[in-house]
Write a protein that binds this ligand. Sequence first.
Ligand SMILES: [Zn+2]
Ligand SMILES: [Zn+2]
Length: 141
Amino acid sequence: MYCRHCGEQLEDKAEICFNCGNKPLADDNYCPECGAQTTSEMEQCLNCGKKLKVGLNLSDKKTRVLYSEKSKAAAGTLAVVLGAFGAHDFYLGDSSKGWTKFILSVATGGIAAPFVAMWSLADAVKIFAGQRDDADGLPLR
Ligand SMILES: [Zn+2]
Ligand SMILES: [Zn+2]
């Protein structure tokens, strides 16, 4: 396929264009099938006849979530109360970080738990200060 942003030829399942760094299908400048130039009004590629999504940019902007569904209050509280088990990381979708804390606490029979809890308190401070995004990079509510 071709990057719809810059027209670079990419592997069929590429999620990021190595040329421009955008998501290959998140634009409407080029046909994904043949790489011919297209416009956002075109319903079909004039070159190969491929059906194109119309107004991708517009609908993208409309549906774009500017904030995470998750809240600072919930994430911060989890970090304070259950931080030793990485609860706030799981809540925010960072399950690998969550498992790291969980396993550290549990595998040491709780010996490391106070340290992990302190680590999580530092996370809580960041969360409440708005310096921690969720796993999708969206700011918390
Ligand atoms: Zn590109
Ligand atoms: Zn085409």
